[in-house]
Design a protein around this ligand. Structure first.
Ligand SMILES: Cc1ncc(COP(=O)(O)O)c(C=O)c1O
Length: 412
């Protein structure tokens, strides 16, 4: 792996770590701007996957032989690395899941069903991804609780002034996205957590779009649960994590039942394993978890503050350049935002736009980005989104803009 010197961040050096970035199509280089959906993988992640299957493929926690011990210790080392990445006080409170979605479903089901009853309120925001909406709607239906929504302002920020009015003595949980996957808004989580706790609610933070792009510390943010995915932070698909406050995790019933999550099984019933295993039923995605640990180490070595700083400059450049296009509407705050831009261009459907960009091998996403409630607020069924990563460059943004100019000319 290549490391930039003394905190200086050089995306051209970093790019060499990602083999896929050498790809071309019809003679054009890949301009990959769909990182909010999933990011590309560096060599250290690819080789962690390969090394596991080639040299110590074995199940974890279940055998005493050498390979199983090696697999178990690599799996647990990944847990420790990831706990350090997010500032968790104890690796045992970090639970491996298959993605952020499963982590959020774990909280909604295990915590929600045990703690919510008819008339209780679940407060989420209009900018949540479906994975932090639908599980709460489902648990509300099962328990008789009500889901309420914190509005988004015209500028694309959470309407924090509305928070006190929406937090009532019946609010049991507040679910919020750390960084919006459409607006790029970085939400004032510590402030929201402070007010939610004062009202007696627990706070569930969706960190799917923050962990890959900025330093995150769950202890400083003072939230109660935190969910994120490996594949958006340069790790493989099939792995994710839920961090939870120990007291809450201890009290919660398991989410899934099966092997590994038990202490003792008898005909009369079952007692459950200690944390974190109580929530890790069955054989986990061992290779993916180990490689997720490699991705976390990669991010830490590059320095998340360096990455955040670099991507912040990149998105400001993107906003400036995109703003020059005729008929474009850019969504989200203009400053203090994460590295993605969603937009609409008058008279061009986002799907047509993304297909035309693909002619230049520019990969962007078109659609509602799993945020239909937010898109209803924006009064658009779909938008186009360019989302950046640590390996994207200003030159790639220039290519995006040129390609959009061609699309504009095509549609007259
Ligand atoms: C903000 C946010 N939350 C949650 C998710 C769900 O992530 P996953 O599909 O990896 O579970 C996404 C994915 O796009 C997201 O952007």
């Amino acid at each position: 792996m290549t490391l930039p010197s003394q905190g200086a961040f050089d995306p051209y050096v970093v790019r060499r770590d990602f083999p896929i970035l050498a790809r071309t199509s019809k003679g054009k280089p890949l301009v990959y701007l769909d990182n909010a959906a999933t990011s590309q993988k560096p060599e250290v992640v690819l080789s962690a996957l390969d090394r596991y299957y080639r040299t110590y493929n074995s199940n974890v926690h279940r055998a005493l032989h050498t390979l199983s011990q090696e697999a178990t210790s690599a799996y647990e080392a990944a847990r420790t690395t990831l706990s350090e990445l997010i500032g968790a006080p104890d690796p045992a409170t970090c639970i491996f899941t298959k993605n952020a979605t499963e982590a959020l479903n774990l909280v909604a089901n295990a915590w929600g069903r045990a703690n919510l009853s008819a008339g209780d309120e679940i407060l989420i925001t209009e900018m949540e991804h479906h994975s932090n909406i639908v599980p709460w709607q489902m648990v509300a239906e099962a328990t008789g609780a009500k889901v309420r929504y914190l509005p988004v302002t015209g500028e694309g920020r959470l309407d924090i002034d509305a928070l006190d009015g929406l937090l009532t003595e019946r609010t049991r949980v507040v679910g919020v996205v750390h960084v919006s996957n459409v607006l790029g808004t970085i939400n004032p989580v510590a402030e929201i957590a402070r007010r939610a706790h004062a009202a007696g609610a627990v706070v569930v933070l969706d960190g799917a779009q923050s962990v890959p792009h900025m330093p995150v510390n769950v202890t400083e943010l003072d939230v109660d649960f935190f969910a994120f995915s490996s594949h958006k932070m340069y790790g493989p698909t099939g792995a994710g994590m839920l961090w939870g406050r120990r007291e809450l995790l201890e009290e919660m019933p398991p989410f899934l039942g099966g092997g590994d999550m038990i202490e003792f099984v008898a005909k009369e019933g079952t007692t459950y394993n200690r944390l974190p295993y109580k929530f890790e039923a069955g054989t986990p995605n061992i290779a993916e978890v180990i490689a997720m640990g490699a991705a976390a180490q990669y991010l830490q070595e590059l320095g998340l503050q360096n990455i955040y700083q670099y991507e912040r400059e990149l998105v400001q450049y993107a906003l400036e350049r995109l703003d020059t296009l005729e008929g474009i509407e850019l969504y989200g705050p203009r400053d203090e935002r994460a590295a993605l831009v969603s937009f609409s261009i008058d008279g061009i459907h986002p799907h047509d736009l993304s297909m035309l960009l693909d002619e230049d091998f520019v990969a962007v996403r078109a659609g509602h980005h799993c945020t239909q409630i937010l898109h209803a607020v924006l009064k658009r069924p779909a938008t186009t989104r360019a989302s950046f990563a640590l390996y994207n460059t200003r030159e790639e943004i220039d290519i995006l803009v040129e390609s959009l100019e061609k699309a504009l000319a095509f549609f007259g």
